[in-house]
Design a protein around this ligand. Sequence first.
Ligand SMILES: Nc1ncnc2c1ncn2[C@@H]1O[C@H](COP(=O)(O)OP(=O)(O)OP(=O)(O)O)[C@@H](O)[C@H]1O
Ligand SMILES: O=C(O)[C@H]1CSC(c2nc3ccc(O)cc3s2)=N1
Ligand SMILES: [Mg+2]
Length: 564
Amino acid sequence: MNKNILYGPPPVHPLDDGTGGEQLYKCISRYAQIPGCIALTNAHTKENILYKDLLDLTCRLAESLKKYGITTDSTIAVCSENSLQYFIPVIAALYIGAATAAVNNKYNERELINCLNLSKPTLIFCSTETWPKVRQVKEKLNFTKKVIILDNKDNSDSAQSLEDFIFDYCDKDFNVRQFKPNTFNRDEHVALILNSSGSSGLPKGVMLTHKNLAVRFSHCKDPVFGNQISPGTAILTVIPFHHGFGMFTTLGYFTCGFQIVLMHTFEEHLFLQSLQDYKVQSTLLVPTLMTFFAKSPLVDKFYLPHLQEIASGGAPLSREIGQAVAQRFKLKSIRQGYGLTETTSAILLTPEGETVPGSTGKVVPFFAAKVVDNATGRILGPNQVGELCFKGDMNMKGYCNDIEATNAIIDKEGWLHSGDLGYYNENEHFFIIDRIKSVIKYKGYQVAPAELEGILLTHPSIMDAGVTGIPDEQAGEVPAACVVVKPGRNLTEENVINYVSSQVSSTKRLRGGVRFIDNIPKGSTVCLPWYYENSTVYISNTNKDSPSEQNQMMKNYNLVDFSI
Ligand SMILES: Nc1ncnc2c1ncn2[C@@H]1O[C@H](COP(=O)(O)OP(=O)(O)OP(=O)(O)O)[C@@H](O)[C@H]1O
Ligand SMILES: O=C(O)[C@H]1CSC(c2nc3ccc(O)cc3s2)=N1
Ligand SMILES: [Mg+2]
């Protein structure tokens, strides 16, 4: 056994038996018996769904799907913004063992066609908002037989409402208590097909099994790695449900009996008001929003004594921003999680009572991690920087119809190569530096844009910042910054360069200079930003409407802008 391979601790409770669907059914049935126990609340409309209704609807839909002809070999798709109904088809499909492809509701037609061609769903569940786009796409797909609109009571010309579908296919005398989820081999059976963010080319379909889901559920109720709150208490989430981060945190909340207060679009005032009104104990954020709150004075206007935990994940969070947000919300610290779509959910998590500023936490149960030297493949020890690799029971089954890409990321021994650069310290706490691909090479030294962005964001006159490498004949690349100055403040290029130089070693100085711009096109180092494009926080300055095109824009933008 290599001492430099780190193993997660043994789980506090053994892994529960059964498929992901069977486990969800058991939990939801239990909470359905508690009178008035709320499963979901839409923060925008204030509408609720009780656990009792969730049980009823998911069982009826599961029965309808079976009658319609959906089997354990079928695939359905869900394409919707976060909503009260989002999880009804997801959970119903999990009960019967049909795979669900959760597709990004912000995709344009071309991207939708690309990803639906991977999963080939028989049915698509969409929302009133995504229906016009889905309608266009369906005409070009011969495998999709029907579209069902989740949040509309009326049937449209060529789509059916959820209510009507259930009315048509579920017997009128159907008794929910007689429903039983299907049993099958959870190790092999695909539960969900998700798309990674697509920051490195067209998104691939990531196949996750019922076993992957069962392991995630075990983490959710783990007293060390799970949420430290009890059933009935409220969680606020704005993380997109179709993304692994939103999908598996939320499915986990159902197993814990939490009241899930959801938002489909980030609005600062509503977010804070909801924290206060629903006495929210735990909330999830991405670093883009953490930066926003670190600088938002509105937080102080709310009374938030119930808030116990803010968790961040999805992209690098600088120590400074984490601490600033913790202070603003009067919390001891921020909880972090790190994961990839390919690892189902977080595989590094802050253990209870063990927060280390800037760290993403420790390896979760049922997982192993190692840090590998990029050049030699040698396994490194504590405090040595290399590529993070993971092996365990939440690693994906593989990419949909792409064995080549699967073999490129998971090696023959089962190690998944994350593409991220990082290290662990002597206490086995992990620190993520940046993606290998975005690291700037200055005279062979590695400079992480995420680190410099973190420093720039601590400047009182800087509202937002992005760092990139620009080609340089002598050094290879030099770090350069795009900076958005706060309204009413003045800042010179020299101020910015000196501010960074005073805090970093010589190799990391902004030798490529500084550009002042109106807003930052978000790219690969700042994950998930496009979900907030309609929000009051970030208004994209591109007219492209898709994430991957925006990322492309980011790269082009930097190259064009800095080569002038
Ligand atoms: N806590 C975290 N700190 C730093 N980076 C994180 C954290 N959580 C996630 N990440 C980043 O997000 C990546 C996983 O993102 P995701 O699976 O959504 O798709 P992607 O890697 O952006 O897209 P693609 O794989 O299609 O290029 C990780 O590899 C890592 O770079
Ligand atoms: O389980 C939690 O409480 C948290 C806190 S942050 C977190 C996750 N972060 C990521 C990042 C990427 C991803 O694909 C999944 C997760 S889960 N999970
Ligand atoms: Mg990735």
